[in-house]
Design a protein around this ligand. Sequence first.
Ligand SMILES: *Cc1c(COP(=O)(O)O)cnc(C)c1O
Ligand SMILES: [Zn+2]
Length: 432
Amino acid sequence: MTLLTDPAAPTACPSDAAPAPDFGNATGLVCRECGAHYPLGAAYACVECFGPLEVSYDLSGVTREQIEAGPASLWRYAPLLPVAAYAGTEPNLQPGMTKLVRADNLGAALGMTAPLWIKDDSGNPTHSFKDRVVAVAQSAARRLGLTTLACASTGNLANAVAAAAARAGMGSVVVIPSDLEAGKTVTTATYDGTLLAVKGNYDDVNRLCSELIGDPVTETWGFVNVNLRPYYAEGSKTLGYEVAEQLGWRTPQQVVIPVASGSLLTKVDKAWRELTGLGIIAESPYRVFGAQADGCSPVARAFADGLDVIRPVKPDTIAKSLAIGNPADGPYALDAVRRTGGAVASVSDADIVAAIRLLARSEGIFAETAGGVTLATFQRLLATGQASRDAETVLLNTGDGLKTIDAVSGVVGPTAVIDPRVDQVHEVLAPR
Ligand SMILES: *Cc1c(COP(=O)(O)O)cnc(C)c1O
Ligand SMILES: [Zn+2]
């Protein structure tokens, strides 16, 4: 028998001898609360204080030229992500580089005197920004030898995980609340992984997935937003990088971001701080605004009450993709909003529907309910004077209205149902 302290003992396990997986410029994981350091792996919570872990990097030497020489997808930002240098060989769906659309008609309707832009992430492979986070988490899963991609989802993540796993020949296990829109469940099921519809809300789903970590059945699973969450979350930075690059390497003065767990909001801010720190963009003040639905507004509530802690709520809103009652990154989202002089506000389901219709008729963009939340919240922030009409603004449209068609199907429809006869067309078009 060999004592563990025996200096002559062979190194403990064979994996010690295997080459370290290549995570590019990432150097480790660090606790956001106490700063404890951990090696890169499928870890997400600090063993000292239970704080969330975040990827740390050595980004010195990353340049604008290096990024611009990359592919026309989010992999152009590989030097700023916990992924290997882009080789073009990974079987993923190449998300990112979605359109930044100048929205002059909408700007005029809102009384803007400064430019207004929509960053339209419905153009991703499965029609939401979740393809970004999954691409990065999947890359980590493959490097860590995990063969099944799993997640707890409010719908869009389900689509992105099932599609990415299908393309890479991985298994997938997607866990969702059973009351999601058909546009999300039917699409996910068609990618043909395992789809578990749970009788409960997202917070129940998330708790179930956390309880499954460590269960022998999940040994080879990477839950993209649980045990791979540090990598997943970094994928959201690419939305921030892209906005800056597409504006000609600068930040807008205001950005409005829908908030579910709050991760996306914190990472857009992180992206811009990184680019500024590296000298890739000039430092220029920007204000980060968060958008929620009244029926699930724990972060907006905490902001209004001047609190640092988030009181969990039971969600009840048509904006199901944002229906997280106990948002993991809520406190960090509040920090980013307060530090930049922004705000978090919420809007009613009726406001959300009206905003979906306003965006569609003014710009030809059909957003999902989360996009309606973002625009309606911006309208509210303009009305209260918390946001400014003379500051250049980017609104993030994070998903596609075709997945949440029920939100508007009861309030829009044919102008008239007619027989195929010219006189009936005349009748419909006649002034009344
Ligand atoms: C998931 C999601 C968000 C917000 O994500 P968080 O990072 O959890 O705040 C926003 N919009 C859509 C459409 C989403 O699916
Ligand atoms: Zn800690």
